[in-house]
Design a protein around this ligand. Structure first.
Ligand SMILES: [Zn+2]
Length: 396
């Protein structure tokens, strides 16, 4: 392939779904063709798939290998014997897959652009799937900031901002674009830039991927979830469907609680806050108990053990408090919903081993590791007494 005139079809005509091409190389289960219709993957975008048609027979393209001597189409062994070097074939894209990736990928350009412009936040990583986008960003955002990102992205989609492809040589890139464009350039002599929108505040990125022509094709960007620096979005039909599903769930909740819209949200927020306050209160209490645990301990078979009955305590609180625990202790806690917990900082006493003994003896459900294990003891009359018996019996 002549890299000086590198302008693949997926750049120059991303909406072209098929082309007649000549087979210029063939190995066992791979062929090389003289037209670059299939995108070979890169920049977080997966490769195209499709078929090769020859004399009314179809051979599946199942992947693309990028190698120094160019791109090789990986083909399904079934039917590939009809192909040979020099023949002209018809290449056909799996268009639904390609178009979905074009939309997801362009949405990521848009979201990254808006993040940068509104909050000077960088996109560190991006992955796309069918109408889904996962990104990692340079700092946590507040809910209000995320809402602003969504609103601005959807405004640009509604406005129908153009996605413009610019191909220049390296010299021109250095002269005109290097200081204003985001992203890194590739090894090719040509540099491909993608511009979102026109006029002031437009976005310019170096990118070899495949894009749509106009942001309006995305229809909309919708939040799936966010946690720390990780954001997930849906776009297009997937986003609209998911939003409507959420709304139906909300309507059901409204029926159950007899609280409408904002009142329901307010109620749920209050419940959440209550449980947070309860959790924090319990955590303080537990840390206090754990800090003077020595005075509560008893010795069984020469080992320091503590038995606590704390029906308000859940697993999350217990695990948070357990980090404060000194060495050489073994603690048994009967917590909320009749769950029995074992916490061990004693190398010689595995929480899991003793937990397994209780499971064996009672047939209850549970699990864990040597530092922390739990078992459901709903049907056991005096679980703490049972543990003491087991410890004595097995000479722990
Ligand atoms: Zn791109």
């Amino acid at each position: 392939m002549d890299m000086n005139n590198f302008s693949p079809i997926y750049w120059s005509a991303p909406y072209q779904r098929e082309v007649v091409a000549k087979i210029i190389g063939i190995n066992n289960n791979e062929v090389q063709v003289d037209k670059a219709l299939f995108y070979p993957s890169g920049g977080g975008q997966l490769s195209d798939l499709g078929i090769i048609v020859y004399q009314q027979q179809e051979v599946k393209v199942v992947g693309i290998e990028k190698r120094e001597d160019g791109n090789w189409l990986q083909i399904d062994p079934v039917g590939n014997s009809i192909l040979e070097e020099g023949i002209e074939v018809l290449l056909k894209l799996d268009w639904d897959r390609r178009y979905s990736f074009m939309k997801s990928h362009s949405s990521q350009h848009l979201i990254s652009h808006v993040l940068k412009r509104l909050f000077d936040v960088e996109t560190l990583k991006a992955n796309f799937d069918d109408e889904k986008i996962d990104i990692e960003i340079s700092r946590n955002l507040s809910e209000a900031e995320i809402l602003e990102v969504l609103q601005e992205s959807n405004r640009l989609i509604n406005e129908g901002a153009e996605v413009i492809s610019i191909i220049v040589d390296k010299e021109e890139y250095k002269r005109k674009y290097r200081d204003v464009a985001r992203g890194k350039i590739s090894n090719e002599n040509k540099v491909r830039l993608i511009q979102l929108g026109e006029g002031e505040g437009y976005d310019l990125t170096c990118c070899g991927g495949v894009h749509i022509k106009n942001l309006s094709e995305i229809k909309g960007v919708f939040l799936d979830s966010f946690k720390g620096i990780s954001l997930k979005f849906f776009i297009n039909k997937h986003g609209i469907d998911s939003l409507n599903k959420q709304r139906i769930l909300m309507i059901n909740l409204e029926d159950v609680t007899a609280k409408r819209g904002e009142k329901l949200v307010e109620m749920l927020v209050n419940k959440l806050n209550e449980s947070k306050i309860l959790h924090e209160g319990n955590l303080r209490l537990l840390k206090m108990i754990f800090s003077e645990i020595a005075s509560r301990s008893q010795e069984i078979n020469g080992k320091k053990m503590v038995f606590l009955n704390l029906p308000e305590i859940d697993r999350q609180t217990l695990q948070a408090a357990a980090r404060e625990l000194e060495k050489e202790f073994f603690i048994v806690v009967l917590g909320r919903n009749a769950i029995l917990y074992f916490i061990s900082t004693n190398e010689k006493l595995s929480a899991k081993e003793i937990n397994d003994k209780i499971i064996e003896k009672t047939g209850s459900k549970g699990g864990g590791n040597k530092g922390f294990a739990q078992v459901n003891v709903k049907n056991i009359e005096d679980p703490l007494e049972l543990v003491k018996e087991v410890l004595t019996m097995f000479n722990y």
